[in-house]
Design a protein around this ligand. Structure first.
Ligand code: PLP
Length: 427
């Protein structure tokens, strides 16, 4: 494979963009080598600057469940574009998207749209603090909730990849109210509640941890977290930025028998444009400005183009339940195929999956939390990554990022991925 044009463009990028990228994981630091520069995408495929084609299992890190340039989304966007790109005023499409989000999350009475997942969780926590009048927040090691200061403590993929326990530039005072528990370890949550009890405003969690690979809650973990939170008068904030709409038309929380007090969304609900959202029952949401005293705002929040891409994506998902059936079949088949390839190669790899999120960890340990995820052999993963690239499959350049299977993937494409996995494991 020839990467000449990608290399040349990346050298140029490095002169003007920090590390040649606008978000760190894209820099390929944990797999070595230079990133590919992507030229275009269509369906399940992307093409780099040299014209090499890959089946894309990154999907822009989650949003593109309908693949690239889906005709429904591009035609809706073209039409919206003709009506203007931003007004700083409410438009009908915001109302329509809010109605649709509420259908998917029946516990929500109201929604606030923002521009990213980071903003969604940051604002949801401010709201939880304003609502409860408390300051402390419990989060789980290895869960990532965006890059707001107080949540940058033990926070998953980007930081695991870089081996940074937290970020420089975050004052100690900012994280002093962030308490870290262990995912899938209810004792660790209970211990914090016992000590800090009535000072805890919220527990924030991904329902399925997707930023230390894919780690599924076990033994009713989420139900127990919800029960503990409520016993101590704290809110349960469920960050579905990644997990939302990945397995069905709705959230992962329902799969695990919990209902968040505040749900955070992003990625898929923007259909590939920058969007985040949070929603809750009216009693909580009405504490937000302009009705309440918790301030939150945004020049481009509810942007008509982003709302349009989100609305038509969700509408498509709602109207195509058979699409989810297909997606589950395809991802199951991928899981079986990888497991068989792993067994045949005798490789110490553990495959975790939730819906259409899947990740092979290069470890023989059962991966159920940050510590077990950290036992992965990242050098072996790096070799595997480049093996896949050489065989036309694009996955995230980090052991600790989920692969996202798009709904439009076809059986022959799946077979290509499994064949590439076999080769890459034996490289
Ligand atoms: N929450 C979760 C669970 C995420 O996976 C991410 C991003 O990957 C975020 C929040 C932050 O979202 P964004 O990158 O849109 O700010």
């Amino acid at each position: 494979m020839n990467f000449q044009k990608s290399q040349a463009l990346f050298s140029r990028a490095e002169k003007h963009l920090v590390g040649g990228v606008n978000s760190p994981v894209r820099a390929f630091r944990s797999v070595g080598g230079n990133p590919l520069i992507i030229r275009r995408g269509s369906g399940a495929w992307i093409e780099d600057a040299d014209g090499n084609r890959y089946i894309d299992l990154v999907g822009s890190y989650g949003p593109l469940i309908l693949g690239h340039s889906h005709p429904t989304i591009t035609s809706a966007l073209n039409e919206a574009l003709n009506n203007g790109t931003s007004f700083g005023a409410t438009t009908e499409i915001e109302i329509k998207l809010a109605e649709l989000v509420k259908e998917a999350f029946p516990g929500m009475d109201k929604v606030r749209f923002v521009n990213s997942g980071t903003e969604a969780v940051m604002s949801a926590i401010r709201l939880a603090r304003g609502f409860t009048g408390r300051n402390k927040v419990i989060k789980f090691a290895g869960c990532y909730h965006g890059h707001s200061d107080f949540l940058l403590a033990q926070s998953g993929s980007g930081l695991m990849t870089f081996g940074m326990p937290t970020s420089a530039g975050v004052p100690e005072g900012t994280v002093k109210d962030t308490l870290i528990a262990k995912f899938n370890d209810i004792e660790s949550v209970e211990a914090i509640f016992r000590e800090h009890g009535k000072a805890v405003a919220a527990v924030v969690t991904e329902p399925v941890a997707g930023n230390m690979g894919v780690v599924v809650p076990e033994n009713d973990f989420l139900k127990k977290v919800q029960e503990l939170s409520h016993r101590y008068g704290a809110l349960l904030v469920v960050d579905e930025v990644m997990s939302g709409f990945r397995k069905n038309f709705g959230g992962a929380q329902a799969e695990f028998g919990v209902e968040a007090d505040i749900t955070c969304l992003g990625k898929i609900i923007g259909g590939g444009l920058p969007v985040g959202a949070f929603g809750a029952r009216a009693e909580i949401m009405d504490k937000l400005a302009p009705l309440g005293g918790v301030y939150q705002a945004g020049t481009l929040s509810g942007n008509p183009l982003a709302m349009t891409a989100g609305y038509y994506t969700l509408k498509y998902l709602q109207e195509h339940p058979q699409g989810y059936q297909h997606l589950m079949q395809m991802t199951e088949r991928l899981e079986t195929g990888i497991k068989k390839a792993v067994a045949d190669a005798g490789a110490p790899v553990t495959v975790n999956r939730f819906g259409s999120m899947i990740n092979p960890f290069f470890t023989s340990h059962h991966v159920k939390d940050f510590d077990s995820a950290s036992t992965s052999d990242t050098a072996a993963f790096a070799r595997f990554f480049w093996g896949l690239i050489q065989n036309g499959v694009y996955i995230p350049p980090s052991q600790f990022e989920a692969w996202f299977v798009p709904m439009i993937i076809q059986e022959d494409e799946l077979d290509k991925i499994i064949a590439a996995v076999r080769i890459a494991l034996n490289d």
